[in-house]
Design a protein around this ligand. Structure first.
Ligand SMILES: Cc1cc2nc3c(=O)[nH]c(=O)nc-3n(C[C@H](O)[C@H](O)[C@H](O)COP(=O)(O)OP(=O)(O)OC[C@H]3O[C@@H](n4cnc5c(N)ncnc54)[C@H](O)[C@@H]3O)c2cc1C
Length: 291
């Protein structure tokens, strides 16, 4: 059974969301509410969340910027992806404004990407993807082991990298054939960046088309971001923002999960040291005393 839910009815003050989400009881054939356990307060929270998404997407359209929806753990992600696709249908009519995030450490990553691309072709909206490797590997694995379901994560790092490049190639081919798709390569991995540049070159996709973006976290991997920007690619530096108790765990997850991260830090330090020496040698260093 396929339910088509109209975005406007989801954000409408008057509708009760739990009345919209119904599933058939296989014994009786009667439709029953999926979320009958929602309290009034939870119902209100859901409605406010949908209305905020609507405000954000409209603001993005009005200001000509993109709205990238982050991906979380697999036990939340289907709901996030579902709502993001719903937003894409409404807001990605002329260009990709809303982007969903696809985590390539998942065994199902390629299926998720290819299914959404196919849906965008059939329904005629612009596909927008942020491709990441994925940030919750340890949590996912320990939860799967604890509850006793199959680990959703690829067996090893190389499988994740192969999955990343497979998903990326698929979206690049979609861009080549149908200029409506957009992708952000959100990675600190130099091989992945080089892979993207090589494939773009082979396909004759110029950076100035602004269909392929790159993203790194602020303060990380400037040695990758800056040359890309100088070569004319759209490059984003993600700014972790929020209350300290949320930002610190976020940053520590990055440090914990980024396999190449510590190697990258050492490389960045070496590059900065070299640059400092170069400037000292040609008298380019200025000292500003702290006020
Ligand atoms: C701009 C930006 C936005 C991001 N947004 C999100 C987001 O919305 N959601 C999200 O989950 N993450 C997000 N991330 C984080 C991202 O998922 C990665 O954790 C991080 O970027 C490290 O991956 P990498 O490709 O940069 O580096 P690499 O060092 O090449 O890859 C490390 C990653 O490889 C994977 N990996 C490592 N070991 C194994 C193993 N044994 N088996 C299988 N896989 C393994 C893990 O995903 C790990 O994080 C974002 C990152 C950036 C730069």
């Amino acid at each position: 059974m396929v339910d088509m839910l109209d975005w406007n009815s989801l954000i409408d003050e008057r509708t009760k969301i739990s009345n919209l989400l119904v599933v058939p009881n296989l014994q009786t054939g009667q439709l029953e509410p999926l979320l009958s356990k929602f309290t009034e307060e939870e119902e209100g929270q859901m409605k406010r969340m949908l209305q905020r998404l609507d405000v954000l997407a409209k603001h993005a359209v009005e200001n000509g910027v993109r709205l990238m929806v982050d991906a979380e753990q697999t036990y939340f992600q289907p709901a996030i992806s579902r709502l993001t696709v719903e937003m894409k249908r409404i807001f990605n009519t002329d260009k990709a404004v809303v982007f969903n995030t696809y985590q390539c450490y998942l065994k199902e990553a390629f299926d998720n990407v290819s299914m959404d691309v196919e849906l965008s072709r059939r329904e005629g909206w612009c596909f927008g993807a942020k491709l990441v490797r994925g940030a919750y590997m340890y949590q996912e694995r320990s939860r799967a082991a604890e509850i006793g379901y199959e680990d959703p994560i690829n067996p090893d790092y190389d499988c994740t990298s192969r999955m990343y490049h497979r998903c990326l190639d698929y979206v690049l081919e979609e861009i080549e054939q149908n200029q409506k798709a957009n992708v952000m390569v959100a990675s600190h991995n130099l091989d992945t960046v080089k892979h993207t540049l090589r494939r773009m070159n082979e396909m004759g996709l110029p950076p100035t088309d602004k269909k392929v973006y790159f993203g790194q976290l602020l303060g990380m991997c400037d040695q990758i971001s800056f040359p890309l920007a100088q070569a004319g690619f759209p490059v984003y530096k993600y700014v972790p923002y929020g209350p300290v108790n949320e930002v610190i765990p976020y940053l520590s997850r990055r440090a914990q999960e980024n396999r190449g991260f510590m190697k990258g830090v050492q490389m960045e330090r070496d590059l900065l040291w070299k640059e400092l020496m170069r400037r000292l040698a040609c008298g380019e260093v200025f000292y500003t005393p702290a006020l």
